[in-house]
Design a protein around this ligand. Structure first.
Ligand code: R5P
Length: 293
């Protein structure tokens, strides 16, 4: 019999590829989980610009999201990931969007009621049908329905793990909570300990690096209420410098004077480590150019 080595190349001198996965705390995950995370986090930079447009799930037609079908499609080419409800996804987002979808998977109370009283609002089968990259669950540490919301997290982690879908724990800061590093450390760590694949929290100006350091999985920051554009870019930059692996930003993008330029400026800070001042210069000059046309 002819030796197969004569016609085949087994690359015997090349050691097998065994690279660690690029995301913090994610190396032991299964292939499907990693593949979905790689649709959320840009593998080259290891970071993400998530565009959050899920606000309607508890506050109705938020300013800037009155007509998602009009205002959001121009932003899609610049979003690594879209975070939203299944209602808006099915009704207003073109299925040709090829990056990550993070599906809002809890809900219940409106702004008129106690917000922490949430339940799981999506069946895992529907999340699979929608081909989502992660499930997002609100966790109210210290809130009135803390245990219930932690229960939502752990149930979604179990369901997500069973079919390779990551879980994003969103640390919701109740009205009575102080927005400081001590609280964020507590909330983020609890979410990670209980199985969240990654965690979203708020940036705090003091000791934010202790929040990211003590959380064993990736942390991304929410944008929060609308700030002047340069301030929002400074916040994103500081968070990244202090260990955040991205932003999940909503109002500071879709309520900006020029949302399409703002999301590009945010990308510069997050993916290219540009200074907020440089990114703002880009934003301002492109806005001025557009005004002249
Ligand atoms: C709020 O609960 C929503 O889940 C938003 O996704 C989140 O707050 C991020 O949006 P923003 O940057 O507007 O705060």
């Amino acid at each position: 019999m002819k030796d197969v080595r004569e016609s085949k190349d087994f690359h015997l001198g090349v050691p097998p590829q065994n690279e660690a996965f690029f995301l913090k705390g994610s190396n032991s995950l299964d292939w499907g989980m990693k593949n979905r995370l790689a649709r959320i986090f840009e593998p080259r930079s290891g970071k993400t610009v998530m565009l959050a447009i899920d606000h309607g799930y508890f506050q109705g037609p938020t300013t800037g999201l009155e007509r998602v079908d009009v205002t959001i499609p121009p932003l899609l080419p610049y979003a690594d990931t879209l975070m939203l409800t299944r209602g808006v996804l099915r009704s207003m987002i073109p299925p040709t969007f090829g990056r990550g979808i993070v599906l809002r998977a809890t809900g219940g109370p409106s702004i008129l009621k106690e917000l922490s009283n949430e339940h799981i609002a999506v069946a895992i089968e529907d999340a699979i049908r929608l081909n989502v990259s992660a499930l997002a669950v609100q966790v109210f540490i210290g809130g009135e329905y803390e245990t219930q919301s932690v229960g939502n997290l752990t149930r979604l982690v179990d369901q997500g793990n069973s079919c390779g879908i990551p879980t994003l724990a969103v640390t919701a800061v109740g009205r009575d909570m102080v927005r400081e590093a001590r609280y964020m450390r507590l909330a983020c760590r609890i979410c990670a300990e209980l199985g969240a694949t990654y965690v979203k929290t708020y940036y705090v100006p003091e000791d934010f690096e202790t929040v990211t350091a003590s959380c064993p999985v990736p942390v991304v920051i929410a944008g929060g209420k609308k700030l002047p554009e340069l301030e929002a870019l400074r916040m994103a930059h500081s968070a990244i410098q202090q260990g955040a692996l991205g932003v999940d930003m909503g109002r500071n993008i879709f309520q900006a004077e020029a949302p399409v330029l703002m999301i590009q400026a945010v990308r510069k800070v997050v993916h290219e480590a540009e200074t907020p001042e440089h990114a703002f210069e880009f934003y301002q000059s492109m806005k001025a150019e557009a005004a002249m046309v």
